[in-house]
Each structure stands twice: as C-alpha cells, then as structure tokens.
Write a new protein. Structure first.
Length: 223
C-alpha cells in the first residue's frame, strides 16, 4: 500500500471505532454476514488489515477457541486492538504490510474487513491468489469490503445515497469529513470484477453474499 494510506489511518485511528456504526449503512448485517460465512468449527484465522480489532472482537466472541493472527501496517491501529482484546493468548499481532508479507500456510480462514479496497487492481488480485495459496483444503476466504459501482453513473448514485444514509443515521459532519479524508485513498473495484479475480485465483465457488449500496461481503472456498 502507498505510504499515504498508512498516514491517513494512523491519523484517524483514535476515532475510527466511534465512526463505524454511523458510517456503514446496514453495519450489523454487513459484519453479521461476514461472521456467518466463517465455519463454526474454525481452528485458526488470519485477519488482513485488522485495524483496531473491531471485527476481531466479533470473531473472538463467535469463535472463542480459534487462534487469530492480526496483520496490519498501522502501529496505532494495532495498539488499539491490543487494548480492546486484552491479554488473550489466542491472539497474535503482526505489524506488517500484507501485500508483501508472506502468509502463514494451512489457515482455516483468511478474513478482511474494509481494507482490501485500498489496494489497486493488481494488488487485489495478488491478495486473492495469496489467500487461496495459504488456505488449507476447505478453508474459506471472506472479504467484507467497500465496492465501486459497475458504471460511473451508479458510482455517483452510490456516493450520494451513502451521504443521505449516514446523515440519517446521525453521523456528524466531522465524522463524515474524516471518512471522506480516508476515502481519498480508496481504489474500489466492482462486485463483478472482484468475483472474476477470485475465480481466477482458484475460488470456483466465489460469490457475493451480501450487498448494501457500497458495502459487500464476498466469500470463496479452497477445494
């Protein structure tokens, strides 16, 4: 990822959690679908771009016996994740750029939320291939992320609708401006593009299981 992306997230780490519920339309369903796509008997999980550990906490609550490795390039974000999760011996923290860092192999699940859309198209395709290669047989990849509209016209409608939704949800103008600041580093791709890349990576059953405006949840299984 570009250095500017890291700077943006370091700068807004302290307010990131407080903004989530108001800035993600359908927040509960978005994360709920991502959790539901992880198998109940999961043993180990790699989380890419774990940030402040918001999704990690949901994973820990759903899968209390699973071992979870958080990978993120932002030190301030991971520091907040440590505060959130406490001294949990089943949680490991790794400050690294997951685009270049090797993934541990034999993972039961590799998950990510609101992170991969910061990569360019080549980076997204690389991550999908890396995820497939690092999964154990029957392992799953789940990506809950922001997507682009399939046409420029729909992209503009997505953005306008998002502003309406978050203001209706009570987001402050400061929260919106901080989000728009982070969005300057967005490199979103459409659902169709990402499903194509997931299948090229080897996920024959890749699908989009949930979509609300700009928010979508993808999953695929390694055969």
């Amino acid at each position: 990822m570009a250095n500017l992306t890291k700077q943006v997230f370091n700068a807004t780490a302290s307010t990131y959690d407080a903004d989530r519920s108001r800035l993600i339309p359908g927040c509960d369903s978005f994360y709920g679908w991502a959790l539901d796509l992880v198998p109940a008997d999961i043993k180990n999980i790699l989380e890419l771009g774990a940030g402040t550990g918001l999704f990690t906490q949901l994973l820990r609550d759903r899968f209390p016996e699973a071992r979870i490795r958080l990978m993120d390039f932002s030190g301030p974000m991971l520091a907040l994740a440590r505060e959130r999760l406490g001294e949990d011996t089943r949680v490991e923290y790794q400050q690294a750029d997951y685009l270049t860092e090797p993934f541990p192999h034999g993972m039961c699940a590799i998950v990510s939320s609101l992170s991969i859309h910061h990569l360019d198209d080549q980076g997204k395709r690389l991550i999908f291939r890396k995820a497939y290669g690092a999964l154990a047989p029957n392992g799953v990849f789940v990506n809950a992320d922001q997507v682009a509209g399939p046409t420029p016209e729909l992209e503009e409608r997505y953005k306008a609708l998002w502003l309406e939704q978050v203001r209706a949800a009570g987001a402050t103008e400061k929260q919106i401006s901080d989000s728009l600041y982070r969005q300057r580093e967005d490199l979103c791709a459409s659902v169709e593009q990402q499903l194509k890349w997931l299948r090229e990576a080897g996920f024959a059953d890749a699908d989009c299981w949930y979509k609300e405006n700009r928010m979508a949840v993808f999953a695929g299984t390694r055969a």
